[in-house]
Design a protein around this ligand. Structure first.
Ligand SMILES: *Cc1c(COP(=O)(O)O)cnc(C)c1O
Length: 355
C-alpha cells in the first residue's frame, strides 16, 4: 500500500512519452477524458463548443455535462472529418472551444483548426479515441492540440478494460484534471500519506473518474504491443485499398498525404442506389456470412435526445446525412488473418458486383 498509484503515473508518463505530450491524466473512460478536458478549460453554462455531427455521441455529450451547448457542424464528404469552413461559420461570441474528431483514425485537419482557434482565441481539443499512434505532418497525435483525449475501451487500439487519458502541454490543465477525477479534492490519498496529514479540501465539483493501478498495469503491457498492432492495421488497410480499387461501387475514405493513419476503422462508401441493393440488404447478407461489418456512426443530430432537447432536425447537416446512408465499416483489427481479409473481399465483391 506504500505507493498504490505508481502504475497510474507510470502509464501516464508512458503514453505521454509515446506521443511526445508533456502531461497525461488517466481516467476511467474516454468519455471521462473528454469531460475532464471540458472542465479543465472552464466550459460553463452559456458557452458553446463546436463538435462535428459525425462522431460517437460522447464527443458532444461532454459539453452537455458542463451545462454548455454543443454546436454541431457538418463534415467533409470524402473523409467525414470536421469541415473547417463549417467551424468558422459556426463561431459566435459564446464559442470557447473546438473539438476535432480523428474519424476512423485519420487525424482531423489540425492545421486549419489551429489557425481558426488562434484567430478567434479558442481552445483546440482533439477527440483522438480512434487515433492513438496516428501522425499529422510528422508529429504524433497527442502533442498537437491543446488537449487530446484517448479511450482504452476494448474496441480501441489498446485497452485497460475501460479507461481513457487526456494529454496536454499545459500543466495547469493537467492539475485541474487530476483534481477533477478525484471529486475535486486538492490532494490525493498518496500525497496525504506522504505528508502524514488528514487534511484535504474539495475545491471543485469533481467526479470519481479514477482509473485503477491494475488497469494501468494492463495498459503498460498493451502499449508495448501497440507499434506491432498499428503496423498490422496499416498493412490490412493496404490490402483493402488495393483490392477495392477494382470495385465499381465501393470507395474507401480519402486519406491525406501528410498523415499517418491509425486505422481504428476501415470505412467504405458504397453507392447503394447505383448498385441496386440497399445497405440493409448488403449489411445483413455480409453478417449472415460471418463478416463483421458495422456502421459508424449515426450522426449525433439524428439521435432523439439531440432532436428533442436541443432542437436539431433532419436536414440540418446534408453532407453527414448523405454520407451516413453510404457508409459501411469493414472488419479491422490487428489479429485479422490474411485468409479472413481475402474472405471479406470475396464476399464484398460478390455482393457488389452481381445485380
Ligand atoms: C470510444 C469513443 C469515445 C468514448 O470512449 P469510452 O472509453 O467508451 O467512454 C468517445 N469518442 C469517440 C470518437 C470514440 O470512438
Amino acid at each position: 500500500m506504500a505507493d498504490d498509484r505508481a502504475k497510474i503515473a507510470e502509464f501516464e508518463k508512458a503514453v505521454a512519452d509515446f506521443t511526445g505530450a508533456k502531461e497525461g491524466v488517466a481516467v476511467n473512460s474516454g468519455t471521462a477524458a473528454l469531460h475532464a478536458a471540458m472542465f479543465a478549460i472552464g466550459i460553463e453554462p452559456g458557452d458553446e463548443v463546436i463538435v462535428p455531427t459525425m462522431t460517437f455521441a460522447a464527443t458532444a455529450n461532454c459539453v452537455l455535462y458542463q451545462d454548455a451547448k454543443p454546436v454541431l457542424v457538418d463534415v467533409l464528404p470524402e473523409s467525414l472529418l470536421i469541415d473547417p469552413a463549417a467551424v468558422e461559420a459556426a463561431i459566435t461570441p459564446h464559442t470557447k472551444a473546438i473539438i476535432g474528431v480523428d474519424y476512423a483514425g485519420h487525424p482531423c485537419n489540425l492545421g486549419a483548426l489551429r489557425q481558426i482557434a488562434d484567430r478567434h482565441g479558442l481552445i483546440l481539443v482533439e477527440d483522438a479515441c480512434h487515433s492513438l499512434g496516428a501522425e499529422y505532418s510528422g508529429k504524433k497525435i497527442g502533442r498537437i492540440a491543446d488537449l487530446t483525449c484517448f479511450s482504452f475501451h476494448p474496441v480501441k487500439h489498446i485497452t485497460t478494460g475501460e479507461g481513457g487519458m487526456t494529454l496536454t502541454h499545459r500543466p495547469e490543465f493537467a492539475e485541474r484534471m487530476r483534481r477533477f477525477r478525484n471529486h475535486g479534492i486538492s490532494s490525493d490519498q498518496r500525497q496525504r500519506t506522504e505528508q502524514g496529514t488528514w487534511f484535504y479540501e474539495m475545491v471543485d465539483l469533481g467526479f470519481n473518474y479514477r482509473i485503477t493501478d491494475f488497469q494501468c498495469a494492463l495498459g503498460m503491457s498493451q502499449l508495448a504491443k501497440l507499434p506491432g498492432w498499428l503496423q498490422r492495421r496499416r498493412s490490412i488497410a493496404g490490402i483493402y485499398d488495393a483490392e477495392l480499387a477494382s470495385l465499381p461501387y465501393v470507395t474507401p475514405l480519402r486519406k491525406d498525404s501528410d498523415i499517418l493513419h491509425a486505422y481504428h476503422l476501415y470505412v467504405v462508401k458504397i453507392d447503394f442506389s447505383r448498385l441496386g441493393r440497399s445497405r440493409k440488404e448488403v449489411f445483413l447478407k455480409l453478417r449472415s456470412q460471418g463478416i463483421g461489418v458495422n456502421v459508424h456512426y449515426i450522426p449525433v443530430h439524428l439521435h432523439p435526445y439531440y432532436q428533442q432537447k436541443l432542437g436539431y432536425r433532419r436536414g440540418s447537416f446534408p453532407v453527414a446525412e448523405a454520407v451516413y446512408e453510404q457508409i459501411l465499416s469493414l472488419p479491422m483489427y490487428a489479429t485479422l488473418k490474411d485468409e479472413e481479409i481475402a474472405r471479406v473481399m470475396d464476399r464484398l465483391k460478390e455482393i457488389t458486383q452481381t445485380v
